[in-house]
Write a protein that binds this ligand. Structure first.
Ligand SMILES: C[S@@+](CC[C@H](N)C(=O)[O-])C[C@H]1O[C@@H](n2cnc3c(N)ncnc32)[C@H](O)[C@@H]1O
Length: 224
């Protein structure tokens, strides 16, 4: 598939970065990718639902969900072939069904690109949006893959306002060096989507180390 030049260099960076780390990734990240289980539990996946993670990495989150609700369908999208190789190994050895595909999240324009005609009931980003250079495009892609009654969830780094300044600054510098950026514009973008039919909730995780955002129908979904 041909990609714009900056897209190819983003993918090349991800493959270099994760090519070295993917085997130890889950072990080394559990200490600072906080709030992931909270987000996954809040999604409250029901039997028969279709679920999509954008930037699924090693598929750790999808496997967590699939072990708790096996009667849903799980899709994982990632831009890095290296990460997807580890994800595919994990899925194979876990004896659960997760469908994996390689795309840049921001290149998705419809659920049909993933072979799903009516859209997903839940779409989520877990510490991936802050790595996506075109986060607006990635959020728009997520919305285009959601059913009208679907819910969107994001857990990701926040401004660390509750932490001592030196820790927050040191961490931010480390994250920037690894191409990870929190842009406050993400929350403004999400607020624009609120309305009579959809409500947004943004909650801090660990003194604003991270945030957990959920956009969901304001009223119980009607049958479509
Ligand atoms: C920090 S890891 C998080 C992985 C997983 N979501 C988790 O919670 O463990 C970020 C993931 O986002 C993927 N990623 C970064 N930019 C992407 C993009 N533009 N489209 C799709 N995936 C992307 C990376 O390859 C990586 O697997």
């Amino acid at each position: 598939m041909s990609q714009p030049a900056d897209a190819s260099s983003h993918i090349a960076f991800l493959d270099r970065y994760y090519g070295r780390q993917r085997r130890a990734y889950d072990l080394t990240r559990r200490l600072f990718l906080l709030g992931r289980e909270r987000m996954l539990r809040n999604l409250a996946i029901q039997p028969g639902e279709r679920v999509l993670e954008l930037g699924c990495g090693t598929a750790r989150n999808l496997l967590w969900l699939a072990k708790r609700e096996a009667a849903a369908t799980y899709h994982g999208v990632d831009a890095s072939r290296e990460m997807l190789t580890t994800a595919a190994d994990r899925v194979r050895s876990s004896n659960v069904d997760v469908i994996l595909s390689q795309h840049r999240a921001e290149s998705l324009t419809s659920p049909g690109m993933l072979g799903v005609s009516q859209g997903f009931d839940a779409v989520f980003f877990s510490y991936s949006l802050s790595m996506m250079p075109d986060w607006r495009g990635a959020l728009a892609a997520a919305m285009s893959c959601l059913r009208p009654s679907g819910r969107l969830a994001i857990v990701d780094f926040w401004d660390m306002a509750g932490w001592p300044k030196w820790i927050a600054e040191w961490t931010r510098r480390r994250l920037h060096a690894h191409h990870v950026h929190f842009d406050a514009g993400v929350h403004d973008w999400l607020r624009e989507l609120q309305g009579p039919t959809r409500q947004l909730h943004i909650a801090p995780v660990a003194r604003r180390w991270a945030y957990l955002a959920t956009l969901q129908p304001a009223t119980p979904p009607r049958s479509e």
